[in-house]
Design a protein around this ligand. Structure first.
Ligand SMILES: CC(C)(COP(=O)(O)OP(=O)(O)OC[C@H]1O[C@@H](n2cnc3c(N)ncnc32)[C@H](O)[C@@H]1OP(=O)(O)O)[C@@H](O)C(=O)NCCC(=O)NCCS
Length: 233
């Protein structure tokens, strides 16, 4: 089964994803393509965030932000400073968004002793409820970690509620150090320096994701065009 094969397969993922560890499940995970987002994705990002339930908004943003504040958050995303990643379904709907925010180490005194590098990175992620448990959150995290390495950042930070078992699972799998206090958790990952392999991996992943996006866009356009002919549905 291909995650990106059809919109229904994504929305029915909970039923069709296959048992964890099964070949079907592994194939599904292997087919997740993470693409870097740009200014022109802002509207689709907004649609993705607005579709999150209050409980997911609480987990993602630390509070159940109303639509108005979500809109402000999306409007303020600075693509020149931060890096955004996304996963699209076949209808080119964004089903997941990862926000890798960069800030100066000095701007965050609590990070001052964890790195000698000038910048640190913080990662926030959300996956549409219909597309969960297919490895998308993990893939977004891995891509963000590789991007950090290649951007000379050696500390990746994540803040979430300690009750967020799914995110805790992703953090633990990645080898993150987790500090808990007052129901919240700060997770840190120390990253290796960039290597030829990490640079190549990121470049290849992005190329494949762009190709995947183009194929989906072309298929969608062709289907729409054929739909203009009598007899085609
Ligand atoms: C957290 C979130 C991004 C995970 O996305 P996802 O695509 O479902 O994650 P993945 O499929 O890559 O991995 C989920 C892992 O958690 C495990 N998991 C799922 N539910 C779990 C639970 N209740 N307890 C423990 N582990 C759980 C899965 O089995 C999987 O582990 P595996 O890869 O070893 O099988 C998604 O649930 C989400 O958007 N939640 C709301 C927003 C949020 O919490 N954001 C994080 C704050 S920054």
């Amino acid at each position: 089964m291909n995650l990106t094969a059809t919109e229904p397969s994504v929305s029915n993922a909970g039923n069709n994803a296959g048992a964890p560890g099964s070949q079907e499940h592994q194939d599904l995970r292997a087919s997740v393509r993470v693409k870097e987002l740009s200014e022109r994705d802002r509207r689709r990002m907004l649609m993705h965030f607005l579709a999150l339930a209050d409980s997911d908004r609480l987990l993602r943003f630390g509070s159940a932000l109303p639509d108005e504040l979500i809109t402000k958050y999306v409007q303020k995303i600075d693509f020149a400073r931060d890096t955004l990643f996304g996963v699209y379904d076949n209808a080119l709907k964004l089903i997941a968004v990862g926000h890798l925010g960069f800030s100066s180490r000095d701007a965050l005194p609590m990070h001052a002793d964890v790195t000698n590098k000038e910048r640190v990175a913080e990662f926030g992620v959300s996956v549409s409820s219909s597309a969960r448990n297919m490895g998308i959150g993990t893939k977004l995290f891995e891509r963000a970690a590789t991007h950090c390495r290649n951007a000379d950042v050696d500390t990746l930070y994540m803040h979430c509620l300690s009750s967020n078992q799914t995110m805790m699972r992703i953090a633990r799998k990645a080898g993150m150090e987790i500090e808990r206090s007052h129901g919240e958790a700060d997770a840190y990952l120390k990253l290796l320096p960039a290597s030829a392999t990490s640079v190549m991996r990121e470049a290849v992943d992005e190329q494949v994701a762009q190709l995947d996006y183009t194929l989906k866009a072309n298929t969608r356009a062709a289907v729409r065009w054929l739909g203009n002919f009598p007899g085609f549905k």
